[in-house]
Design a binder for this molecule. Sequence first.
Ligand SMILES: Nc1ncnc2c1ncn2[C@@H]1O[C@H](COP(=O)(O)OP(=O)(O)OP(=O)(O)O)[C@@H](O)[C@H]1O
Length: 256
Amino acid sequence: MFTTPTRPNDPSVVSFRQVSKSYGTGAGAVHALAEVDVDVRRGEFTAIMGPSGSGKSTFMNVAAGLDDVTSGGVFLDGQPLHTMDDTARTMLRRRQVGFVFQSFNLVPTLTVAENIVLPFQLAGHRVSPDEQQWIDHLVHVLGLTERIGHKPAELSGGQQQRVAIARALAPRPAIIFADEPTGNLDTRSSSEVLQLMRSAATEYGQTIAMVSHDPIAASYADRVLVLADGRVVADHGRLSPQQISQLLLTAEGVPA
Ligand SMILES: Nc1ncnc2c1ncn2[C@@H]1O[C@H](COP(=O)(O)OP(=O)(O)OP(=O)(O)O)[C@@H](O)[C@H]1O
């Protein structure tokens, strides 16, 4: 029915084909996503913006296979999430999706090193020498070498988020979803974290989709998507914070 799924060499990592997601039925139904057709392109850093309730979290949850669609097709790295069962989606997510959250979500009892290799352990996968080299490289470029044996509570917020980014990048997933990654950080740590995500896309070709309300954060992205009432109402290349603020003001006034 949906004929253009992504494949590993395709330019899209996530494809939405006429995706709708509703909560409830009848007059009281909420259409969190309404016939969304969009691709998240490989190697790009995409910002997903929009007012509260516009569907950003739903977009991310559906794209990551955490939530079912009501109708339409969702492809993640060429795999049709909408036809897969929970177990298959979980396996795919463990291999191909990294997450970075506002609240860092590190395991408090584990060291930095142990947190970073956690995705490998959850997938029941032993870290190969090549993967260990990559992890060592990430730890170095993310400035975590001195902190490798520390627990999260002994780190600043910015350092904790850098650990979360290392953990997300370590398995080289097809895509990293970042949900307000700078929401709990001061200005300086925010710009460090955003610059690191920017570099991950430019230098490693890492695909990143970031949900954010912040025009400054979104100005680091290659592409800015704006949702309103469950629809994509704007789709732009790189923009300045001022242009993004203006875009949000306009987009919020766009009828669904
Ligand atoms: N589990 C649910 N049950 C019912 N309605 C829901 C549920 N989850 C989300 N919604 C509704 O779907 C719409 C989109 O919600 P969503 O959380 O995706 O928006 P958002 O853009 O991420 O908002 P915010 O910026 O406030 O986090 C909202 O109207 C919300 O109330």
